[in-house]
Design a protein around this ligand. Sequence first.
Ligand SMILES: Cc1cc2nc3c(=O)[nH]c(=O)nc-3n(C[C@H](O)[C@H](O)[C@H](O)COP(=O)(O)O)c2cc1C
Length: 393
Amino acid sequence: MTRLRLLTAGESHGRGLVGIIEGIPANLSISADYINQQLVRRQKGYGRGGRMKIESDRVEIISGVRWGRTLGSPVALYIENRDWQNWQKGMSVSEEDAQSIEPVVRPRPGHADLAGIIKYAQQDIRNVLERSSARETAMRVALGAVVRRMLDEFGISIGSFVTSVGGEVFQVDTSVLKPKDLLALYSQAEGSEVRCPSADVTSKMKEEIDRAKEGGYSLGGRFVVFATGVPPGLGSHIQWDRRLDGRVAQALMSIQAIKAVSIGEGFEMATSRGSEVMDEMVVEGSFSLKNIKRKTNHAGGIEGGITNGMPVVVKASMKPIPTQRKPLRSVDLATGSYVEAAYERSDICAVAAASVVAEAMLALVIGDALLEKFGGDSIEETKRNLESFLKSL
Ligand SMILES: Cc1cc2nc3c(=O)[nH]c(=O)nc-3n(C[C@H](O)[C@H](O)[C@H](O)COP(=O)(O)O)c2cc1C
């Protein structure tokens, strides 16, 4: 990130989550209600664990906003953990409360548990799992909501929809989707408990999750996350770390349990002919740079690390949730004997929630690249700069 800086802090069962975002221009209208709407979206989804029922995340804006508008100063947010009262001793910062709960000593395969205690010289896995947990993504969604509100001002919309859960697949050829098609799929997904645009596939996905619940195992899946209205020219070909495709991949891959990311038809392209998957150019109307369009979007809106004016379309794969109700084999770190891995109340499938987190991460990357290209310390200034660039095309 070059123009936006963000940090999150907070443990899963600690007092709460803290986040700071710096670089949002002044005069952006924003409210806690707007951010809360995004937090609600992250908490939904068929197959989530018990925790989602006790929590209803609400953000508090601590700084950077006065009378409903940003000041250009860092925006600081706070989300209280609703079950903090049950963890006040177990997650206390005071030495006096040490040993008030049993240590976790049975590392779960697929989690940071074992690697984390090796790295940080810990004996209690709780000292790792509290931060490696995806609870942290609530703050990413909150900070992402601020950026999303900013992108709104520039006509950029972010959305997502789920394309598979376990073996159930929603077939869609993203290379032919226009912005309005993507937005329609997004709006259909918003009405689905698994965030899948098809009602028929939604039922099948829910049945698959029911079977997993019964069987004591978890599921993963895939989703599409996109941005429409993105101007050409964000990101750059000139240096490896300025390429937008790389920045998008890093941001999405940083979400817990996301194990593969493709820009556009990234995976499918490997087995296609070049003549089939490069997006041919056509001039629509009178000739100008602005009027050179593409019939297809296999590239997912990014060529040479730069946005080309087509929708940015990204696909991601999520592995199944590591914690299993029917636990896997592990080793007790206190005795060295084989045991069942630790089980804590857990999601069975969180692909729907992950797609909402991915929207936040895509918003951050696009927002960062937009401010990098067009600068500006107020929303008005950034808008003037963008309009002048578009006019020059
Ligand atoms: C929204 C969301 C919810 C998740 N919920 C759980 C959960 O309830 N239980 C669990 O074991 N893992 C859950 N995970 C996945 C783990 O956090 C993740 O697999 C783990 O931190 C290990 O990191 P890695 O899979 O990226 O290597 C969730 C991930 C996301 C994105």
